[in-house]
Unconditional design. Structure first.
Length: 417
């Protein structure tokens, strides 16, 4: 395990290697006396509990994740932690230098591109999707806003693809789908709500988002991510390689947990992720994710007006809400953070930042389909943003949905008027 803190602009860095634990006094910048007592309502955040973040990762490892990493950027300081391995065969230690599949954090990228197009007057959020993609959807009332906020009622085709976790994955690992094929899978099922109804998570929505990007720009999603986000922010670890199967450069391998108890983990690293595409196929790193979210929430990727649209929240559970491709999580100390979770076979990611983007956390466990690990990784946010004020018992008031980024089974259907 390596845990370190770097203060930007200086030549000093402290690193600590331990097999058991990190003493709190040895983690540079772990906290200052009295810092955690600052009133969150005044706009200042408590000092982060860096040791607490590391302890969360260690718990996730005990629960079945081969490895786990986290990076916390806090104004001029950078903290990182890592436990376990990136590769179960070679036993190479996992590191924050590793790239990984970010799953549904991709949705934030897709939403940003569409909001930029709205800034350019090429798109209206309250216009019907069918205005831009004639005849695609069966209901002209479904708007772009409905799609980006998961209120379209479009059935999530991944319910059927992954009803059986490992067989479902192996059936699509090497497949290449068109966007239209994925949408057609959704349209073969009844819708889950009327347009503009309650939040109902569906990957179909962000497949439609990808289609909108390509239709409105005349260019691929990859090109638009690259030109509008990756190049301007100099995200050197961020890629969209679909339909390629490999993660370029240094990366952690991802391990899928079978449904059967005690079954061996499945190495899911190499795959097309064609079943997700603009809903979940981006590759990145903890550093790049923090840079991206800090830029977004700091107002550097869209106009202020479009960022405000992105943060028009609808209820999505007792401790979270959803905007346009963006989640808000409400923590135990009264602080809210903004970003997204990402579940893709072999990887589970948390990427969130403060309201102003000046503190950001990206954390990864290289295991998926493990509810205990997913719930544990949520508590990295508590340590990172609430610090010592985080509730030590029962701090996850509502368990993370097992398929938070792959919709729950058997969604409610509705009777059309």
């Amino acid at each position: 395990m390596v845990s370190a803190t770097v203060v930007r602009g200086t030549a000093m860095a402290t690193a600590l290697v331990s097999l058991l634990a990190v003493p709190a006094h040895a983690v540079s910048g772990a906290g200052k006396p009295g810092a955690a007592s600052v009133d969150a309502k005044a706009g200042a955040l408590p000092a982060p509990d860096v040791t607490g973040v590391w302890n969360v990762l260690r718990t996730a490892q005990r629960q079945g994740a081969p490895g786990a990493i986290a990076r916390l950027d806090d104004r001029d300081s950078v903290h990182w932690a890592a436990v376990g391995v990136a590769d179960r065969k070679t036993r190479r230690a996992i590191s924050n230098a590793d790239r990984f599949r970010i799953g549904s954090v991709t949705k934030v990228f897709s939403a940003v591109v569409l909001l930029q197009l709205a800034d350019e007057k090429k798109l209206k959020l309250d216009a019907p999707v069918n205005r831009y993609l004639p005849g695609l959807l069966p209901d002209d009332r479904i708007t772009v806003r409905h799609v980006l906020s998961h209120r379209s009622g479009l059935y999530d085709y991944t319910n059927d693809l992954f009803a059986r976790t490992v067989p479902g994955f192996e059936a699509v690992r090497g497949k290449v789908f068109t966007y239209r094929q994925l949408v057609n899978r959704s349209l073969s099922k009844p819708r889950t709500t009327k347009p503009g109804g309650a939040y109902s998570y569906s990957n179909t929505n962000f497949v439609v988002a990808g289609m909108l990007i390509e239709k409105l720009t005349g260019r691929s999603v990859r090109t638009e991510y690259q030109n509008r986000i990756i190049k301007p922010l100099k995200l050197s670890d961020t890629f969209y390689v679909h339909p390629g199967r490999k993660i370029p450069g240094r990366h952690t391998r991802g391990y899928l947990t079978p449904d059967a108890a005690d079954a061996a983990l499945v190495d899911a690293t190499e795959q097309t992720v064609s079943w997700a595409q603009s809903a979940g196929a981006v590759i990145s790193s903890t550093r790049d994710l923090n840079t991206f979210l800090s830029a977004l929430l700091g107002g550097r990727l869209t106009s202020r007006a479009q960022l405000a649209q992105m943060q028009r929240w609808v209820p999505a559970g007792s401790t979270q809400a959803y905007g346009l491709g963006l989640r808000r999580r409400d923590l135990s100390c009264g602080i809210s953070v903004y970003g997204h979770t990402g579940a893709v076979q072999g990887y589970y990611t948390y990427a969130f930042a403060s309201k102003d983007g000046k503190r950001s956390l990206a954390a990864l466990a290289n295991a998926s389909n493990n509810g205990a690990v997913h719930n544990t990784m949520l508590t990295t946010l508590e340590s990172a943003f609430c610090g010592k004020r985080a509730k030590k018992a029962g701090r996850v008031t509502t368990p993370v949905e097992r398929h938070e980024d792959i919709a729950p089974d058997n969604p409610l259907e509705f009777d059309e008027d």
